[in-house]
Structure formats: C-alpha cells, structure tokens
Design a protein around this ligand. Structure first.
Ligand code: SAH
Length: 349
C-alpha cells in the first residue's frame, strides 16, 4: 500500500491543488484547511461539512499527523513547561512553553538531534537523527495550545536542531502558521535562530518575511568561534555579518545576536569591545546568555559580575544588550538535555 500523504504539511495553495487533482472544487481546500489548522481535528470523520464519500476518499489518501505527549514538566518557579513529544511513533523531541508579560511563547525543535556540533550544546551530542516535517513543527504549537488551554502568541525556533539545515520544511511551517485561514500568527512574532548558514540566510532574505533573525555568534573573532562552533570553519564572522546586513536591507528587521558567555573563553572586556566594533552600524540587539553547562563538556558559566560587565561595556559602546532571563530553572538543564536523558533510558518512556 502506498504511504499516506501528510495533509497537514501542505500550504493553502498546495492543498487547493490537491483538491483539484481529486476533482474537487477549490473551496474544499478552505474547509479542510480550517478543520486542520483552526479546529484541529484528528480525523477526517470529524469534517462534517464534507460528504461522507469525500471524507472516505481523503482518509484513504492522507494521514493527519499528531504528536504523542510523553511528558510535561512544569516549573514551580515560573510556570514554564517543558514538553517531550514522540514523533512518528519513534524518537522524542522537546518543546518549551514560557509565560511572559507580553504573552505566551513557545520554543520549538526543528530537527531531532543536530549535525552542527556546537561544543556547548546538548542537542548535537548524538548527531542528527532526522528533519522534522512542517506538520511536526506545527503540531508542537497546536499540542501545547490544547494542553494549556492558552493561546501562543510568540514562537521561537530555538529548540533542538538547526532551522536553516531543514530549510524547506521550516519555510513551509512559517507559511502555515502565519496563514490567515489557520492560526494567522504575525510574522513579527516569530524568531528564527541560526548558527549562521550563510547561503541560507541570503535565501531566506529573498522571501522578505517579517520574522526576526537571530544569529548565534558567541565570539568576537573567528579563532574563538571555531573553538566553539564547527560551522565557523566554513563561514567567517565577516561573511555572517554581511549576510545579516543583507537581511536587514531586504526586510528592515533588526537582527538579534546571541552570545553565550563561557568563563575564560569569550567573556572578557576586550571581547566586549571587539564585539562592539564588529556590530557597529548594524541595527541589532545582543542577547547575552550565561552558558548552561552540560555534563558531557567542561564549559563553565561566566560569573554574574563578568556578565554584567560585558553588558555594560556593550552599552557604553552603544550596542543594545539584554541578559537572557533563565526560565524554568528547576526543570531545564541545557537545551536538549532532557531529550538525551530520555533517549538514554530508551524503553522506559
Ligand atoms: N541551531 C540554532 C538554534 C538552536 S539553539 C542556533 O544555533 O542558533 C538556540 C540558542 O541556544 C543558540 O544560540 C545556541 O547556541 C544556544 N545554546 C545551545 N546550548 C547552549 C548552552 N548549553 N548554553 C547556552 N546557550 C546554548
């Protein structure tokens, strides 16, 4: 039997084409899209404004992808929730729900595992397992809205995986989540974080989306960056920054730079000055993140004093900076750590 097609991964136009191919009128696409992305039904039988015959036809050809909630850890400190979802009946991924004063934010994974190899990151320890499909990206939000009974107003693509290494599915996801027939989220409420896949940043800029681009920089020179991030062997900081300038020119969106502070590696005042020099003239914001130590590596978090001093120096140099507040301290562990624990235990989940 032929494998059923993933109907939730079609954007609106593709769904219209699918319906036409089935000999249906285009407006069926609107009905089905709303069932999937607004009502979020899990079976074709629930699509009550379609004929029984069409529902059966759809059921034979398509599957409606859902995620299985394996676990949800809720922080007693700030209500942050860390979810573990099983995808495709196999591996598990993490997503995080956070409450802020401006609304609820969800951090989603874009790949199961990652092949970028950043030294401080837990998600990459076992390499890439597979890309997530557009429907699996969407479902992380849909499941969390269902589970919390609350609306999600901001999405960050900052969980496990490198979004630009899963470019096509991620772009499809962005189309779906912002589509007026579905969740209709504003592009401005979405942030995509990348370790800096330069050609893909140019490609994304051509789409002229209003999403925020966040760049994981983590160093102020190539030598240090190469020690932390293998991708720095492929693209220099200068090339990454050129791609950012182009992104701003195309979209008018301010760039976010992420900078994880590692004691004795990248947290000196000299580095803060050099970083300020690099970013001069770029409309940007720096997010400072005291590195979250993972037990497989011996990186040490910068002291509070060093983090503050780094921030103050950036500001003196007229670079906007914030220190990222750690959410759900009691349930986290660094990104990807919970998943690793679960994968190690294997059968027990
Ligand atoms: N692959 C993307 C998005 C995933 S990670 C990227 O590289 O941007 C989201 C952010 O968390 C990145 O800036 C990443 O470098 C950072 N990060 C990963 N592990 C971390 C850790 N242990 N401590 C602090 N920041 C970490």
């Amino acid at each position: 039997m032929e494998k059923k097609k993933d109907i939730k991964s079609y954007n609106y136009i593709e769904l219209e084409q699918e319906m036409k191919a089935l000999g249906q009128k285009a407006f069926r696409a609107k009905q089905i899209y709303q069932w999937l992305h607004k009502e979020r039904v899990t079976s074709f039988a629930e699509m009550t404004n379609l004929s029984k015959n069409l529902r059966e036809q759809l059921d034979q050809r398509y599957e409606i992808v859902t995620l299985e909630k394996v676990d949800a850890l809720i922080s007693k400190i700030d209500g942050t929730r860390k979810y573990l979802f099983r995808i495709g009946g196999g591996t598990v991924i993490e997503s995080v729900f956070m409450r802020y004063h401006h609304g609820n934010s969800v951090c989603i994974s874009t790949q199961s595992g990652c092949r970028m190899g950043c030294r401080f990151c837990a998600s990459t320890l076992n390499g890439l397992e597979r890309n997530l499909t557009a429907s699996e990206l969407l479902e992380q939000i849909y499941e969390i809205e269902k589970d919390t009974g609350e609306k999600v107003s901001n999405i960050v693509l900052m969980g496990s995986g490198e979004p630009l290494d899963n470019y096509d599915n991620v772009v499809k996801f962005l189309e779906l989540i912002t589509d007026e027939h579905g969740k209709n989220l504003s592009q401005r409420n979405i942030t995509l974080s990348t370790c800096g896949l330069v050609p893909k940043i140019y490609e994304l800029a051509e789409k002229e989306l209003q999403i925020t681009l966040a760049i994981s920089l983590h160093a102020s020179n190539d030598e240090t960056r190469r020690k932390l991030m293998p991708i720095a062997n492929k693209y220099s900081i200068a090339e990454v920054l050129d791609a950012c300038r182009n992104y701003f020119a195309k979209t008018g969106r301010r760039i976010t730079f992420e900078y994880s502070l590692v004691a004795g590696v990248n947290d000196t005042i000299e580095e803060a000055n050099r970083l300020s020099g690099l970013l001069q003239g770029i409309n940007c914001h720096v997010n400072l993140i005291p590195v979250n130590p993972i037990k497989e590596r011996d990186f040490v978090q910068s002291e509070n004093r060093a983090v503050q001093a780094f921030k103050t120096r950036l500001e003196k140099n007229k670079i906007n900076a914030t220190i990222r507040r750690e959410m759900g301290r009691d349930i986290h562990g660094a990104c990807g750590q919970l998943r690793n624990e679960v994968m190690k235990k294997g059968e027990e989940v």
